[in-house]
Design a protein around this ligand. Sequence first.
Ligand code: BEZ
Ligand code: FE
Length: 286
Amino acid sequence: MSSDPLLRQVLSGVDGSDERLNEIVSSLITHLHAFVSEVRPTEREWLAGLDFLTETGQRWCGPHRNEFILLSDMLGLTTAVDDVNHVGAAGMTPSSVQGPFHSPAPVRELGDWIATGPERERGTPAVVHGRVLGTDGTPVPGALVDVWQADDTGLYDSQDEQQDLGNLRALLTTGHDGGYWFRTIRPSSYPVPVDGTAGRLLKAIGRHPMRPAHVHVQVSAPGYRPLTTHVFLAGDPYLGSDAAYAVKPELVREPVRREAPDERWGMETPFEELEFDLRLVREEER
Ligand code: BEZ
Ligand code: FE
């Protein structure tokens, strides 16, 4: 129990019927009181903090945007929550944050081009492929692989009027060998949205808003725990300072430059090949 009478009094009022909620709220109150004792904010500073949170909710949250999620990402909290909930079983692909740009993807066939707009002419052609496997290496046929990425200028379809909705997204089903593949363009690194309160905070504390180039992947298959993760491109200058703190070394892959056309992948010009296997944990595995 705390020796601070005010804190003791506030904590003694936490007595709901949900024990877990009591635990969460008590801990939050304790940490916030410790913050006030340590930082000793002026009343003006405290109100500025409350105004910041009010603006975040009132102006920057709605059906198509949630600035609180972005703030959670930018402060490393989403990754911290991910870390405590997805303690990796040996051999599984680590998870990482979903981010705000996931939306329902068009169903596509293995090997389809997912870059269907002008970016296909501008960008570096790429083949992304891999297999969905159990942690013991068993192939997982029929797994759903949902992928989404930004274009060569760092924009997602929902941020860019020149892209049709569904561009650079796909919902694929793995083949009998657990394999998946698609043709696309190399994604670019990009800044997270900076026009709202999260951007203002980043600027105020002197942090850049960039995320290293990546493709998002979400996999699900009966009998396995679903996985949300990214594959990052080796060599990106922002790998060591991702604004969303989502990079894990096991998720970084080196794209291999192929100079010759390749019939196997249906590529008629030089391209980059990126291989990324996804290892899933069985539901019952710990
Ligand atoms: C993204 O990769 O889409 C993303 C993740 C966290 C914050 C902003 C964007
Ligand atoms: Fe992203």
